[in-house]
Design a protein around this ligand. Structure first.
Ligand code: RP5
Length: 168
């Protein structure tokens, strides 16, 4: 199976990014994690992005805060799908990173998740890899079924509570 690369702009992003790694681990998807900054070490970002396809990477997750150019800078240098996580890291509460990550020009997309939405970045990466991996697709379907069952169980309880509240 191809691996997922999780790149963060600073090690201060790790508390947010950790959740993505946990989700990937849960699905048995191999991943690597790196700290690379579009602004502080641009040449290293370029080297990573240019080699990613040949390094067995299938999807790239890039997390950054403030003027978050990391995901876009990577996307511009690889044909691999890039998922951006805008990180809440400044007085602007992540809106700065969200707009910097999501507003890509046509032809160079970054699939942007919610501010600090690292779990969904990983789920989306799993969905992409599952397109060419039947076992992973089965795991994904099982996870979705489990999620639905939990909600329906909660629904059953809340309906019972509502009925009890009105029976006296
Ligand atoms: C961004 O600036 C990083 O992704 C991080 O979210 C933010 C702050 O970085 P540090 O100053 O904590 O290294 O580039």
């Amino acid at each position: 199976m191809k691996k997922v690369a999780i790149i963060m702009g600073s090690d201060s992003d790790l508390p947010v990014v950790k959740k993505a790694a946990e989700v990937l681990k849960g699905f048995g998807v191999p991943f690597e994690m790196r700290v690379l900054s579009a602004h502080r070490c641009a040449a290293d970002v370029a080297e990573f992005a240019k080699n990613a396809e040949n390094d067995g990477i299938g999807v790239i997750i890039a997390a950054a805060g403030k003027a978050a150019h990391l995901a876009g800078a990577i996307a511009g240098q690889t044909p691999l799908p890039v998922i951006g996580i805008p990180v809440k890291a400044s007085a602007l509460e992540g809106i700065d990173a969200l707009l910097s990550t999501v507003q890509m020009p046509a032809g160079v997309p970054v699939a942007t998740v919610a501010i600090d939405g690292s779990a969904n970045a990983a789920y989306l990466a799993v969905q992409i890899l599952a397109l060419s991996d039947a076992k992973l697709m089965d795991k994904l379907k099982a996870y979705r079924a489990e999620q639905a069952a939990k909600v329906l169980e909660a629904d059953k309880k809340i309906r019972q509570t509502a009925a009890e509240m009105q029976s006296v």
